[in-house]
Design a protein around this ligand. Structure first.
Ligand SMILES: CCCCCCC/C=C/C(=O)SCCNC(=O)CCNC(=O)[C@H](O)C(C)(C)COP(=O)(O)OP(=O)(O)OC[C@H]1O[C@@H](n2cnc3c(N)ncnc32)[C@H](O)[C@@H]1OP(=O)(O)O
Length: 402
């Protein structure tokens, strides 16, 4: 039964819903939302006939698909209101669409035409009012409140998390790590189909804000390193566990952790102006973001070593050739082409995308968590090293930094 309902829902979603129903001589596409062409029997109807006609018109104007369950309910109520109880023969088990419609109509039993009309009008009215309130919410591209270092918006089924410190090349402060965690948690639960991370300004991100290491807390440098490692592990865990497709729109150069994390994204689109630089040994540090595992897997050991050990900066073309970037776009067309593509992706079925992503990620999840834990532990030690202290002091002491 559940399988038949699921199959019916599947068929409805795939467009089989547009077939004429129940062998009627008129074309009744009652389940084909929002195009509903219905011809009433012409029988005299009492007071609510006008409301009923109006409801039919309002239904055509709805922009959002209310889902198969509601469409079946609308279909059944319409049939009951216009023809009375279902008396047509039950369709065969394998005719999923007709069977689902027949079941919905039959389930109304002996409900009177008047009552069915009333229920139909009430249902349409609730759909109209819920759409108008959600439109106010969804179409407002305003940034979500509560973020200081990010601009977070949801529009066209896409939650966009934009790093928003352009004057500092989007370097990630401890506050920004926390806000990204919060934004990912919210995006995981919201109605969006995909989530995008990008940067504001000419840089995608210049990596960890090196000032994070200059504000020594009262507990001393060990405490700073320990807190940093805990925050980093939690931050990276949110990328490992993110349940929906996660896409990086790399709008300019990327440094450090903003590069290593790319291995945990599902798709990476980059402008041809982007570069990819992981200067860990120059900074006396070590790789993070699961790159010690993902980079060799993505690009092979020796290419990964050039980046992660020897600080080789890749062009966008090289990063694409090595599999870290999915596709490179000319800078002048970058935003336009990428967003057209993403908007199309975001019309795909949300649950199917999320479940497929989780299936693919599930294979590696345990390993990724273990790698993340090891990387953070090594970094905690590195941050206490002279090599790292000297490199950070030199960044702030030099004009030419890298
Ligand atoms: C607490 C949790 C910790 C987790 C740590 C996880 C481990 C992460 C590791 C990494 O990400 S390693 C990589 C760290 N990043 C860098 O080493 C980059 C440092 N920045 C630069 O080399 C250069 O700024 C640049 C990115 C190459 C850009 O150079 P450009 O000459 O074009 O601009 P600038 O004038 O240098 O920059 C403008 C402005 O922004 C400040 N800034 C840029 N990046 C950082 C940064 N990463 N940290 C702190 N500040 C940064 C820069 O100082 C300038 O500031 P003002 O001088 O204008 O005040």
């Amino acid at each position: 039964m559940a399988a038949a309902a699921a199959a019916a829902a599947f068929c409805l979603a795939r467009g089989l819903r547009a077939r004429p129903v129940c062998g009627a001589s008129r074309t009744v596409h009652a389940v084909c939302f929002p195009v509903i062409q219905l011809h009433t029997t012409g029988a005299a109807m009492r007071v609510s006939q006008e409301d009923f006609e109006k409801a039919k018109d309002q239904l055509k104007l709805l922009k959002e698909d209310p889902g198969n369950e509601v469409k079946l309910k609308l279909y059944a109520l319409f049939k009951q209101a216009t023809e009375g109880p279902c008396s047509s023969p039950k369709p065969g088990m394998l005719d999923f669409v007709k069977k689902a419609k027949w079941d919905a109509w039959s389930s109304l039993g002996s409900l009177s035409k008047d009552n069915a009309r009333q229920k139909y009008v009430d249902l349409v009215s609730s759909l109209v009012s819920s759409e108008s309130s959600s439109q106010v919410k969804d179409t407002t591209p305003d940034s979500k409140h509560g973020y200081e270092t990010l601009q977070v918006t949801t529009t066209d089924n896409i939650t966009k998390i934009m790093l928003n410190r352009p004057e500092k090349k989007n370097a990630i402060t401890t506050q920004m790590y926390r806000e990204i965690i919060q934004a990912l948690e919210e995006a995981a639960k919201d109605d969006s189909v995909i989530t995008v991370i990008t940067g504001n300004g000419d840089y995608y991100c210049s990596g960890n804000d090196l000032n994070n290491f200059t504000n020594i807390p009262s507990g001393g440098i060990e405490k700073m390193a320990k807190d940093g490692a805990v925050l980093l592990e939690n931050f990276v865990n949110h990328f490992i566990d993110f349940p929906k497709p996660l896409i990086a729109v790399v709008n300019g150069p990327a440094v450090g952790i903003s590069v290593t994390l790319l291995g945990l994204f599902d798709i990476v689109y980059a402008t041809d102006r982007a570069t990819f630089h992981t200067p860990f040994s120059e900074l006396g540090q070590s790789p993070e973001g699961c790159s010690s595992y993902m980079f060799p897997k993505i690009m092979g050991l020796s290419k990964a070593n050039e980046m992660l050990l020897f600080n080789k900066k890749l062009t966008a073309g090289e990063a694409c050739a090595q599999g870290l970037v999915t596709e490179v776009f000319p800078d002048r067309a970058f935003q336009k082409e990428v967003w057209i593509r993403l908007k199309a992706y975001a019309t795909l079925p949300k649950n199917s995308l999320a479940l497929s992503k989780q299936l693919i990620r599930g294979v590696e999840k345990e390993k990724l968590h273990a790698v993340n834990c090891q990387e953070c532990e090594l970094l905690r030690e590195r941050w206490l090293s002279d090599e790292c202290m000297n490199a950070i002091m030199s960044f702030f002491g030099k004009k030419s930094k890298l």
